[in-house]
Ligand binder design. Structure first.
Ligand code: ATP
Ligand code: LTN
Length: 337
């Protein structure tokens, strides 16, 4: 545990973030945000809207501003409590970009070239392979290391980025002495990787241009059920998990994550039933689970002054902690402060 964060109780420090690159999906919810709200008692938590990360892909500024506010409201609607956790918007704390510059100088070109997300996104956005897309993991390392986070609750797709942050810590600590805490991933028990509904070999992604691939937490009930009904599955029958049943396996993961039922219980429940029955059941369970989140979200969006107060205070609290790390590193590097 770092001696740098003076908190009332010495609980481990948690930091995570989500990009405002679209509407939060049930993949983000199960892989990350639901878990965040559940661990607030146990840890000293910081959660942020990673809007700097979002611009590695071209964004419309008005849409980014709206998605940032909606993303923030969504974190609170999902149960993150701004009194217990520090909830802030990344661009409101300049220390992130400042520490990133220092860490850039301790990160190798070869390491960044190996990042799967960089390879995927540069294939997907081949007309805009910008330097930000390449150094994205360095900014993510800065996010984590600024707060001396011990744990980073993310979906499985972010493991490689957290591993890189650990490598940066070892390198910098080796050169400058003990400046950073080495972080570890914290994966949810169920739902660390939810796949797309129209291609179960691909991860569900909120920036998927085809909205049939994802279910947004804010999708209306009938849209949710319709999307599950048209989810791509194989031509076989029977509800059970198997390698050649990626679609059904993904639906089982979703059903299990929302109901807490095990695979055996699900198999028994749907014995003798068809894919159609199962898809409707999954849709209903998901729609029921997100309904209270949707109403809380609508209440929050109707009170912009409250949201502004929360994110302004969140940024102040975040900066009070991150300034210590930024100053320490800048001094050690020989930068005049
Ligand atoms: P984008 O489509 O813009 O890349 P995304 O949907 O992948 O966005 P992020 O903002 O990159 O979402 O991720 C936020 C959090 O959600 C991360 O912790 C990530 O691991 C988790 N996450 C994203 N997609 C999934 C998924 N399909 N299953 C489980 N967790 C996920
Ligand atoms: N890259 C992450 C979002 C993110 C993040 C972070 C997660 C940005 N900064 C710091 C954990 C810790 C993603 O989910 N794609």
């Amino acid at each position: 545990m770092s001696e740098q964060m003076q908190t009332p109780e010495k609980k481990p420090i948690v930091l995570s973030g989500i990009q405002p690159s679209g509407l939060i999906t049930i993949g983000n919810y199960l892989g990350a945000v639901k878990n965040w709200s559940e661990i607030q008692e146990k840890y000293n938590c910081l959660f942020m809207i990673a809007n700097l990360h979002a611009t590695t892909v071209r964004q419309d500024p008005a849409a980014l501003r709206r998605n940032t506010l909606e993303g923030y409201a969504m974190l609170l609607a999902c149960g993150i409590d701004p009194e217990r956790s520090i909830v802030f918007i990344q661009s409101q704390n300049p220390h992130h970009a400042e520490l990133m510059w220092a860490l850039n100088c301790f990160t190798q070109f070869g390491e960044l070239s190996r990042m799967t997300q960089f390879k995927d996104k540069s294939a997907k956005y081949s007309d805009n392979i910008n330097a930000g897309l390449f150094t994205y993991p360095v900014l993510m390392a800065a996010d984590i290391l600024l707060y001396q986070a011990n744990l980073v609750p993310v979906g499985a797709d972010q493991n490689q980025h957290v591993e890189l942050a650990r490598d940066i810590v070892k390198r910098v600590n080796g050169i400058m002495g003990n400046v950073f805490t080495e972080p570890e991933c914290l994966f949810p028990k169920a739902g660390a990787k939810i796949m797309s509904l129209n291609d179960p070999t691909k991860k569900m992604s909120k920036s998927d241009p085809n909205p049939k691939g994802y279910v947004a937490v804010l999708d209306p009930r009938d849209t949710i059920i319709k999307k599950f009904k048209s989810a791509v599955t194989d031509s076989g029958s029977g509800i059970y998990r198997a390698d050649d049943k990626a679609g059904i396996s993904n639906l089982m993961t979703i059903y299990s994550a929302f109901t807490g039922k095990t695979d055996e219980q699900i198999v028994a429940e749907f014995e003798g039933k068809g894919y159609g029955d199962f898809k409707v059941a999954v849709g209903e369970v998901v729609a029921d689970a997100v309904a209270p989140v949707q109403s809380r979200f609508n209440e929050l969006m109707a009170d912009k002054a409250y949201l502004e107060k929360c994110y302004t205070e969140g940024a102040e609290k975040a900066m009070r902690i991150s300034r210590r790390t930024r100053d320490k590193v800048y001094k050690k590097m020989g930068f005049t402060l």
